[in-house]
Ligand binder design. Structure first.
Ligand code: ARG
Length: 585
């Protein structure tokens, strides 16, 4: 594995040394380099420097230019405007840079970060005995993509699926199962769909008894107490619900083409034993106080309706622990036992107040300190194509599996229309990759904090910023490489490059920097935008520069090489986001 310094970093270093050679006091100053339409890069940092040195910016810029040796990495540098530098990189430098990336295989020369930490990512957290909906989709898709990007930078990620598997609602379910044994088929005998329909049936039946029968209600309440105190028989019945639900969860995650590890499913129940201690510690430290029998934490800065302070309830007056207690206990575990340096929560923005209070409480208790960052990546709501909250015509929440099935079906139509030499099996296989990719991409390409429209027509469109467009671009490149037959891609740094080749090459060089930026900002949409642009730049390169019919054999090889670097970059980028790139479409 050999990491490659990006062209922009190399140019940046050249400029920085030219700056400090001109003005020793400018050592360490940022030349503020960015990609530009006028040249390859533009540096704007001299303006601020000149201001500080009370110098004329254009003159200072000219002095800096005089320090730069051109002809190698930097082909040309010019002063422009009030004192900008326009920088053109040499063709040879571009090709050599890509050639070095090409030999690095999977990582494309992207270095691993030096100060890597441990990020615990809390994502994909459905609830036991409940149907999954589009909200759970976002958390799963975004969380998985963030892990892919973070891992690629060298960060170590640990997944935590904080599933809702604990709480008072289980009293009713378990009591019903206790009184109607055999209603829930054993988990090993059912598939995902059967599991969910069994759970739904038991849920509805128990709800009906619960609402109609006061005595049942009382027995259900006692069941909660038995559950929390660890009664063996009660726990066994509870486990049946969890197991049945997991069969269902796994079937949905499989449909989503997402790997979920069993040892990372650590739900609310896992923190049951630690919760009394969490409460005791908070009370002893004075972080939480008793109020009307409950144990609560108050915040000056957090107020709700009528300017009333909103407390965080650690323990209810009846002694029960809830959602906040499990999250606080989870923080202790993640920081103290898993050595997390970052806690990332991919949870609906509607829970952001909860997390603000939980984080602040943990900070006061010292469980979160300066060495740990906690962040709730609150994502927006999924809306229907009409821009209204996503519901079925009957006004019900849409089942996630139905939605995924429909996406795959729509993708099959698109694939079938274009497919020439694919068998029906191949069409179905591609349809799953295209359909699920489309759902993931649409989600990821929207800034996570924004709501987004679930619009299948748009998602599986071949035109525009969609995964299908990217998948077709990738498949097209692969087909060009196949057509080349015996002719292998090879870099020829001595060749002059066409403007479209330069633009593509400079963009491919920025892959690593883009992944690092997108990972650091938890912004998968920056990576999708990058990949989309890569595909667009490829398209214009392919329009303007014949590949297999290029003028000389060297040029054919060099263009095939550019094709291959593009394909690898697209493949790697999409893979980080959890999206497949079929070889043929
Ligand atoms: N299960 C919850 C829900 O469906 C999400 C859990 C989020 N994670 C957490 N640590 N609280 O809303």
């Amino acid at each position: 594995m050999a990491s490659v310094t990006s062209l922009s970093d190399s140019v940046q270093q050249h400029l920085a040394s030219a700056l400090s050679a001109t003005r020793p006091e400018a050592a360490g100053a940022d030349p503020l380099l960015r990609r530009s339409d006028r040249a390859d890069y533009q540096a704007n940092g001299i303006l601020a420097l000149a201001k500080r040195a009370k110098a004329n910016p254009r003159e200072l810029a000219a002095e800096v230019v005089a320090q730069i040796t051109t002809g190698g990495l930097i082909e040309d540098v010019e002063v422009s405007g009030p004192g900008f530098l326009n920088i053109t990189v040499g063709d040879r430098a571009i090709t050599e840079n890509l050639a070095a990336r090409y030999t690095d295989g999977e990582r494309l020369g992207v270095p691993l970060k030096e100060d890597a930490g441990v990020t615990v990512v809390d994502y994909a957290q459905p609830n036991v005995a409940k149907e999954m909906h589009v909200g759970h989709l976002r958390s799963a898709v975004i969380g998985d993509a963030l892990r892919g990007m973070l891992d690629f930078t060298g960060e170590r990620t640990i997944g935590r699926h904080h599933i809702g598997d604990w709480g008072t609602q289980f009293g009713m379910l378990i009591q019903y199962l206790f009184e109607h044994p055999g209603e829930l088929a054993p988990a090993e005998d059912v598939d995902g769909e059967q599991a969910m329909s069994n759970l739904n049936r038991v849920y509805k039946a128990s709800r009906a008894v619960f609402d109609a029968d006061e005595e049942f209600k009382e027995r259900a309440r006692k069941r909660v107490v038995a559950l929390q105190s660890g009664d063996k028989e009660t726990l066994e019945l509870w486990q049946q619900f969890v197991d049945e639900s997991k069969v269902y969860f796994y079937s949905v995650f499989e449909k989503l083409d997402m790997e979920i590890r069993d040892d990372e499913i650590v739900g609310e129940s896992a923190y049951n034993e630690g919760m009394p201690e969490t409460a005791r510690l908070l009370e002893e430290m004075g972080v939480a106080v008793r109020s009307e029998g409950a144990l609560v934490v108050f915040f000056d800065e957090i107020r709700g309706k009528d300017d009333q302070p909103v407390p965080l309830i650690v323990q209810k007056a009846d002694g029960g622990f809830g959602y906040a207690a499990s999250d606080l206990t989870a923080i202790r575990n993640r920081v103290q036992d898993l050595d997390a340096t970052t806690l990332l929560y991919v949870v609906d923005v509607r829970q952001s107040l909860h997390f603000r209070m939980v984080f602040e409480t943990a900070r006061r208790a010292g469980w979160l300190n300066d060495g740990v960052t906690a962040h709730n990546m609150g994502y927006g709501t999924v809306l229907g194509a009409d821009g209204k909250p996503f519901k079925t015509r009957a006004g019900e929440t849409v089942r996630l599996e139905d939605l995924l099935d429909e996406a795959v079906q729509r993708a099959a139509e698109v694939v079938r229309e274009k497919a020439r030499d694919l068998t029906e099996d191949e069409i179905q296989e591609r349809a799953a990759q295209v359909g699920i990719g489309a759902v993931k991409y649409a989600d990821l390409s929207t800034s996570p904090s924004r709501d987004y429209k679930f619009d299948l027509d748009q998602m599986v469109s071949l035109n525009g910023d969609t995964s299908v467009y990217l998948q077709y671009a990738y498949a097209r490149i692969r087909s060009i490489l196949r057509k080349a037959g015996e002719v292998a891609p090879a870099a020829h740094p001595e060749l002059e490059l066409h403007a479209a080749e330069r633009a593509l090459g400079l963009h491919l060089d920025a892959f690593g920097d883009t992944v690092f930026e997108a990972a650091a900002e938890y912004a998968p949409h920056k990576l999708t935008a990058y990949l989309y642009q890569a595909a667009s730049l490829f398209t214009s390169f392919y329009d303007k520069c014949p590949v297999l019919k290029a003028e000389t054999p060297q040029q054919v090889e060099n263009r095939l090489f550019l094709c291959d670097v593009t394909a690898r970059t697209l493949h790697r980028g999409m893979a980080l986001l959890g999206i497949r790139t079929p070889e043929r479409l």
